[in-house]
Ligand binder design. Structure first.
Ligand code: CMP
Length: 144
């Protein structure tokens, strides 16, 4: 079924200059871009986004890092985009990501893994709602 997912290009992805490549991969695969913005994520937003990791040893460094620079937040729509999007990203640890995936092509370590993608339907709904107001997500249709 058609669904939506939240994909965020992290500060390392922005700094490496791979924003365009990541967007191109999703467009090329056939997914529809329905929301996009660059922002410096406020701490409160990151605390909500990463609440499941609160208390873990990487939590504070993670928030500090993601909050350190602008990120590019996007929403993509299409058939199985949550699962297929995760495959396109590769494993969380870039060392375990297959070449051909985004992390497998651009990343080396988990703390700088270039991109985030929702891992379930409930996470996708929650994350899209955290990062975008409803009117920021466009319901555009193909007319050409
Ligand atoms: P992400 O998909 O954004 O979700 C949680 C993030 O925490 C993960 O990607 C990594 O960037 C980061 N992280 C840092 N260290 C670890 C770790 N040991 N295990 C899992 N995630 C980690």
């Amino acid at each position: 079924a058609s669904e939506r997912t939240f994909i965020m290009i992290k500060p390392d992805g922005v700094q490496r200059g791979v924003v365009g490549d990541i967007i191109r991969r999703f467009e090329q695969r056939g997914y529809k871009l329905v929301a996009l913005k660059m922002l410096q994520p406020p701490k409160a937003l990151l605390e909500s986004h990463y609440e499941e990791h609160k208390g873990k040893k990487f939590y504070e460094p993670l928030l500090e890092y993601i909050g350190s620079g602008p990120v590019v937040a996007t929403v993509w729509e299409g058939v199985n985009v949550i699962t297929v999007g995760r495959k396109m990203l590769g494993a969380t640890d870039p060392a375990k990501s297959e070449p051909g995936t985004i992390r497998g092509d651009f990343g080396i370590v988990t703390g700088r893994n270039i991109v985030h993608g929702s891992d379930s339907e409930s996470a996708a709904k929650r994350e899209i709602g955290l990062w975008f107001r409803p009117e920021e997500v466009s319901d555009w249709k193909h007319t050409a």
